[in-house]
Design a protein around this ligand. Structure first.
Ligand code: TRP
Length: 333
């Protein structure tokens, strides 16, 4: 029996945070036994908007690998690989760019949002505009059918499938499978300040590697309901980050429902709910921090894990590239 293939990954621009954990790392952990899973350290994609800081992208390759290992990704089950060392992905990207229009790339909602957020205006790096085609190469290079990602990535999977259909039509047969995004029900985790996006650059994230003190400080600073002045006041649960995080991380959802009810009626103070959340986050992150510290003492071993995974991935992606080129009828020497 062959297991379904998963390919997913992260740009290597900074350490991963609890938003990544709730958003896709947890899903990836649950897929390790049931799927053939590849995790891509997407350093080449990170360059598409970080060409002015290549050092940052380079330094974060092993940081993200450490985060994977720290949360419990097992290299004996899941293959961790490095994008810049998989030339077949770059070759497939160039090919796919002929099967997508500039207008379609500009219409991609993820790209549109990111262009706005980065303030590119018309000065969009061409590599950035084209990265959906490269992401299609990542996914199809492994013939992945399952892609666990945060909800912001859904339009990229949709565009991947459009490219897949065009390639299959041009080839006259189904050379590539379509892929399905697996998106957590909870939706995207907001930052501790209540802003829609948790990000390291926004200074509103809790890193997976955060110290106990950093976790305490983050929970203390967390946005709640500014109208909830006295404990006896009724409080708002919607948009209250503490409750949003309890939704995402508390195992006892019945108790969360009771706490919400109490908070809405009044009589439940922020300090009490924050204490509960802090305990949960400390308990979640303590073993992750410990495992990370252990791997961090042996970076040569982490490098070896990535090199070995990349070698495996090279074989898979080379074979796919060959198959696609042949199916399309590109001259073969
Ligand atoms: N775009 C993803 C992010 O921003 C990273 C990524 C690169 C990816 N290639 C991928 C995700 C392929 C899923 C599949 O985090």
């Amino acid at each position: 029996m062959t297991r379904p293939v998963i390919l997913t990954g992260d740009r290597t621009t900074g350490p991963l945070h609890i938003g990544h954990y709730a958003g896709s790392l947890k899903n990836r952990l649950s897929f390790q036994d049931s799927h053939r899973q590849f995790l891509l350290l997407a350093d080449t994609q990170a360059l598409t908007d970080n060409a002015d800081d290549i050092g940052k992208v380079r330094r974060n390759v092993l940081e993200v690998a450490l985060d994977y290992l720290a949360v419990g990704i097992d290299p004996a089950k899941t293959t961790i690989c490095l994008q810049s060392h998989l030339p077949a992905l770059a070759e497939l990207s160039m090919l796919y760019l002929n099967f997508v229009t500039v207008a379609r790339l500009e219409r991609n909602p993820t790209i549109k949002d990111e262009i706005r957020a980065r303030g590119f205006g018309r000065d969009i790096p061409a590599g950035f505009l084209c990265y959906p085609a490269a992401q299609a190469a990542d996914i199809t290079g492994f013939k992945a059918t399952v892609v666990p990602v945060g909800e912001d990535q859904a339009p990229l999977i949709e565009q991947t499938n459009e490219i897949v259909r065009r390639i299959n039509t041009a080839a006259g047969r189904e050379v590539l499978p379509e892929a399905r995004a697996v998106i957590p029900k909870a939706g995207r985790l907001p930052g501790i300040d209540g802003k829609a996006k948790m990000s390291k650059s926004g200074g509103n994230a809790i890193a997976l590697s955060a110290s106990p003190d950093e976790i305490s400080a983050a929970v203390r600073a967390m946005y709640t309901d500014p109208g909830h002045l006295r404990v006896s006041d009724p409080g708002k649960v919607e948009g209250n980050v503490v409750f949003t995080y309890l939704d995402a991380f508390d195992e006892d959802q019945d108790e969360v429902a009771r706490l919400k009810e109490h908070y809405r009626q009044g009589g439940l103070g922020d300090a009490v709910v924050k204490r509960r959340l802090e305990d949960i986050l400390q308990a979640l992150l303590a073993p992750i921090r410990a495992r990370r510290a252990e791997y961090a003492t042996d970076l040569a071993e982490v490098t070896r894990i990535v090199a070995e995974g990349t070698q495996q991935a090279r074989e898979v992606t080379e074979a796919t590239k060959r198959e696609v080129m042949d199916a399309l009828g590109v001259f073969r020497l």
